[in-house]
Design a binder for this molecule. Structure first.
Ligand code: 3PY
Ligand code: MG
Length: 265
């Protein structure tokens, strides 16, 4: 079999609009439901949600039959963890808290085989290589891996242009929650200063020629951020979808226990 193309990376290159969802439930079964929902991409979150390589693997397998691209967010920049995620079949990584050029360069090395990088070679053990069944996987993998850096701190913003200039960084994604915290507005990503920072960052990313992404749940604001240059956005998360639907259903039947359950915690 020939090396499969990373169509999401191609879409980002062409700035084709891609709508995604963060997935934190850690369940292959609910992942499969989401994979049928019509999103362009789904992010398996290993930063805040209870995921590790085995649970990520099960979710990649669950979504594999469906026409949706899966990205994985590792908890940190550890090259060994990144190697595991690539080997089990993540083709796109969204890496949190990238603040410096040195960090961005280290991530590029982590996702590439030598001589361009330091990714260890274990294709006969790797699902990504179909355990040796994909012809020349090791020769072509570097081209097909998509590396997205998350910019979500004051320092990341200060270094944004230099980070974008790092060869091998394919796109940058703004995290408004962490950015709000870093700018002194913890819990208020709608603060005017945060919104202005997000807008300016999206414009700078778009001007660099790389794809710009952001997490935004309000449709009006999503359109505004698109107008600022965002081509791929995440419009919510599965945990919030489930919680909001559950609260609505419970309250529509008038038992009113949700508030007291929350208060008793
Ligand atoms: C953030 O907002 O901090 C994120 O990481 C994703 O939205
Ligand atoms: Mg964040």
């Amino acid at each position: 079999m020939d090396m499969p193309r990373n169509s999401f990376k191609q879409s980002l290159r062409e700035k084709r609009r891609q709508t995604g969802l963060f997935v934190g439930l850690g369940s292959p079964y609910s992942m499969e439901i989401l994979a049928t929902a019509g999103f362009d991409w789904l992010l398996i979150d290993g930063e805040h949600a209870p995921n590790n390589p085995p649970s990520v693997l099960a979710q990649l397998q669950a979504a594999a039959p469906y026409p949706v691209h899966l990205a994985v967010r590792p908890v940190n920049h550890d090259a060994a963890l990144i190697k595991q995620y690539l080997d089990i079949g993540a083709h796109t990584l969204l890496v949190p808290m990238v603040e410096t050029v040195a960090e961005a360069k280290a991530l590029v090395l982590a996702v590439r085989y030598p001589p361009q990088g330091v990714r260890g070679v274990g294709t006969s053990l790797a699902r990504a290589a179909h355990w040796g069944g994909i012809k020349d996987y090791a020769k072509h993998a570097n081209e097909e891996i998509c590396l997205i850096v998350q910019i979500e701190t004051r320092q990341g913003l200060a270094n944004l242009d230099a980070i974008l200039a790092v060869e091998g960084v394919d796109a940058a994604f703004i995290g408004p929650a962490d950015l709000a915290a870093s700018l002194g507005h913890l819990g208020d990503s709608g603060h005017i200063e945060v919104k202005a920072a997000v807008e300016a960052a999206l414009r700078r990313i778009a001007a660099s020629g790389k794809a710009a992404g952001v997490f935004v749940t309000e449709p009006g604001l999503a359109q505004h951020y698109r107008d600022c240059g965002a081509s791929f956005i995440a419009v919510g998360g599965d945990t919030s979808l489930l919680r909001n639907a559950a609260l609505k259903l419970a309250s529509s039947f008038g038992d009113g226990k949700a508030d007291s359950a929350a208060a008793s915690r």
